[in-house]
Design a protein around this ligand. Sequence first.
Ligand SMILES: [Zn+2]
Length: 174
Amino acid sequence: MRCPKCGGQDDKVIDSRSSKEGATIRRRRECLSCEHRFTTYEQIEQEPLMVVKRDGRREAFSKEKLISSLQRACQKRPVSEDDLASAVERIQDGLAGSFDRETTSGAIGERVMRELRKLDPVAYVRFASIYRNFEEATDFVSEVERLGHLPIDDKRQLELIEESEAAARGRRSQ
Ligand SMILES: [Zn+2]
């Protein structure tokens, strides 16, 4: 490290401690020429997580994209920003475990569905309708019925069918 005061190239480390749960190491250094003390930080260079899409193309994971697709699914639904934010955190934490820094759009989709299923059945079906590309409204209903822990009454079923039909219309007009 070049001394910021005199430009000398040699220094010694006089203190070294890790911070942020070990993600960063802070080193206190002293210039051997002028004894000026300065601090450097060392951290792991994170390679971007790559997402392999269904058509085989790869692109860098985008948190913004993830957030906007969740927001789209939850539009006008009783889901708070806080709930959405923590769902995004959990999805991201799960993906961070991929050792090779690579995942698939399918793996992300499954995680999103798992989170939406807990948050709101309509948001879940909206997302699933686009993600799984369901064609028939009945598919949505059976998908919803598969959610054993969610009581789906007649009114809600109607709501879901309307949602899915609206989603299908949206797809056709695209
Ligand atoms: Zn110096």
